[in-house]
Design a protein around this ligand. Structure first.
Ligand code: S3P
Length: 438
């Protein structure tokens, strides 16, 4: 049989990025809004919901579990909460698609139900480690069977009585922390998560907004079972991770002056901004304000000459999704950029160190892979063909890199861009990127 053709793009070379753009709602916040809305008492109105495949998969899973979710208009959901104990068994497997966040957080919720569930994912998610949630959830009393190596599908046994634990995960992961906190809602006693480095705190903030007593500070969160979630309205800020591609594009292409509106500025997400500024980027955060309890700002990004730097390991969790975009900035910078302490990139939607290194090398950049990072020598980007391995952020990063390329870049396997940034093509071309379907 012939291999199926994969969707592709042809990108670059392009001119300056200009004008005003908006990017879609935050993926992390959208997942959590549906989850907490479903488990709450009352009706939760979510505005700015990300219409991405990942977050829609989570909404579909809760519908399968008996939750009514209305879509009055695009980017809007009305979630009719069933309360902590109101979910019902689904007759079929629950498909999380490409979403690691969906699967890991759901594992925490489902481990505490009276009924059994099976969580499945696509080819990429089926290769991602679930041991990191299975082990601590098992320590709380859950029973979860996985495939060899702790891979999905996850068979989650219901009817288990959970108890709180005091847990220090070996990896800094908001998904692990959140899975345990969600299981902790149902557990007897206190659940405490102590992280090796602080990670995004949306679960903690949103639990508090839904009225659950929770104590948290950077790197630690604790809560007890036995309370009630009360429905509330959620306004989802624009996703910093989606804005990141346009920030890098406008930084590297001469003549650019782009405004990206109302971008989420939670400090646990904005590590790339700090790193780009340290590289010499000209990015101004204008009109700081709050949007649904989260800080947002309009980002004005003007072209600047970037310099290579040593990226501090401490900033890694604050920009864990932005490394593909940073690799591109580093490839376009003067000098050498060194990245360390980012081994987690190897277990994302693809092995992001390997896929970025292979693609940049194809385009003529000198890059040395290390087990937990890379050493990237800035240079001239050439045309060529690169593989995104079905990883949304890799595809978008190469679309950005191509803008400075000497010739066109063909990017293969881009369909998964819709998991996090539906409408990337139109937002990017509106801003001035040269990008079309292959
Ligand atoms: C996320 C946490 C991060 C991030 C992912 C979203 C979340 O994953 O990479 O895109 O919403 O909690 P890890 O917790 O595995 O680092």
């Amino acid at each position: 049989m012939l291999p199926m053709p994969t969707e592709g793009w042809v990108a670059g070379p392009g001119g300056p990025l200009r004008g005003i753009v908006r990017v879609p709602g935050d993926k992390s916040v959208s997942h959590r809004a549906v989850m907490l809305g479903a488990l709450a008492e009352g009706v939760t109105h979510v505005r700015g919901f990300l219409e991405g495949e990942d977050t829609r998969a989570t909404a579909r899973v809760f519908e399968q579990l008996g939750v009514r979710i209305e879509t009055p208009s695009a980017s809007e959901r009305i979630v009719h909460g069933v309360g902590l104990h109101g979910l019902r068994a689904s007759g079929t497997v629950l498909d999380c698609g490409n979403a690691g966040t969906g699967m890991r957080l759901l594992a925490g919720v489902l481990a505490a139900q009276r009924f059994d569930s099976v969580l499945v994912g696509d080819a990429s998610l089926s290769q991602r480690p679930m041991h990191r949630v299975i082990e601590p959830l098992t320590a709380m009393g859950a029973r979860i069977d996985a495939e060899a190596g702790g891979l999905p599908p996850l068979r989650i046994h219901g009817g288990r009585l959970l108890h709180g634990i005091d847990y220090a995960p070996p990896v800094a992961s908001a998904q692990v922390k959140s899975a345990l906190l969600l299981a902790g809602l149902y557990a007897q006693g206190e659940t405490i998560v102590r992280e090796p480095h602080p990670t995004r705190d949306y679960t903690e903030r949103m639990l508090a907004a839904f009225g659950w007593p929770i104590a948290f500070a950077p790197g630690v969160a604790r809560l007890s079972g036995g309370h009630v979630l009360r429905a509330t309205d959620v306004e989802v800020p624009a996703d910093f991770s989606s804005a990141a591609f346009l920030m890098v594009a406008a930084s590297i292409v001469p003549g650019s002056d782009l405004r990206i509106e109302a971008v989420g500025m939670n400090p646990r997400r904005t590590g790339l901004l700090r790193v780009l500024r340290a590289m010499g980027a000209d990015i101004e955060a204008a009109e700081p304000r709050e949007h649904g309890g989260e800080p947002v700002a309009d980002l004005r990004v003007r072209h600047a000459t970037l310099r290579g730097i040593e990226v501090s390991e401490a900033v890694v969790p604050d920009m864990i999704d932005e490394f593909p975009a940073l690799f591109v900035a580093a490839a376009c910078a003067r000098g050498i950029t060194v990245i360390r302490g980012a081994g987690e990139l190897r277990v994302k939607e693809s092995d992001r160190i390997a896929t970025m290194a292979a693609g940049l090398r194809m385009l003529g950049i000198v890059i040395q892979e290390t087990p937990d990072g890379a050493v990237i020598t800035g240079g001239r980007i050439g045309g060529g063909i690169v593989e995104s391995h079905g990883d949304h952020r890799i595809a978008m990063s190469f679309a950005v890199a191509a803008q400075l390329a000497g010739d066109e870049v063909r990017i293969n396997d881009v369909a998964n861009v819709a998991t996090s940034f539906p409408g990337f093509m139109s937002a990017a071309t509106a801003a001035g990127l040269a990008l079309r379907n292959a």
